[in-house]
Design a protein around this ligand. Structure first.
Ligand SMILES: [Mg+2]
Length: 146
């Protein structure tokens, strides 16, 4: 089966981190977009049909949790993986209660990130499939076929 690359958006105020991971994930076959702030993240989501956002929690201005809330409000199906430091796991937990798929501890490992991206992607695909089926059913009902 041909694997369609996931569209991943990496958001972090640390430019080196964004560069390194965007390179790694591109090499792994994903289609990678980048942003360096919450605002920029929301702009990119408007322009591109993103599957998964890898989102840093600690950013100046609009932080990761605020950005997550906006993402889930506007694009509930987009999956979010949070990036956090060892001292702030409780913030990641809060984020997961707000709808984030999972979190990664910094300094994140590319292998671990790939694994979590895969899981997030699968969850999004499965949800989209359920929505498609429900839509088909509702169309059939409307057509009076059932
Ligand atoms: Mg940061």
């Amino acid at each position: 089966m041909i694997r369609i690359p996931a569209k991943v958006l990496i958001v972090d105020d640390e430019k080196d981190f964004v560069e390194m991971f965007s390179l790694r994930l591109s090499e792994g076959g994903e289609k990678v977009f980048t942003a360096h702030s919450g605002q920029e993240c929301l702009e990119k989501l408007k322009q591109e049909n993103i599957d998964v956002v890898v989102l840093d929690i600690k950013m100046p201005g609009m932080d990761g949790v605020e950005t997550l809330k906006e993402i889930k409000k506007k694009y509930p199906i987009v999956e979010v993986i949070l990036l956090t430091g060892h001292g702030a796991i409780e913030t990641a937990v809060e984020g997961m209660k707000l709808g984030a798929y999972d979190y990664l501890l910094k300094p994140a490992d590319a292998g671990e990130m790939t694994k979590k991206l895969e899981g997030a992607r699968k969850r999004k695909d499965a949800q989209e499939e359920r929505i498609r089926k429900a839509e088909q059913k509702s169309l059939l009902r409307r057509g009076g076929n059932i």
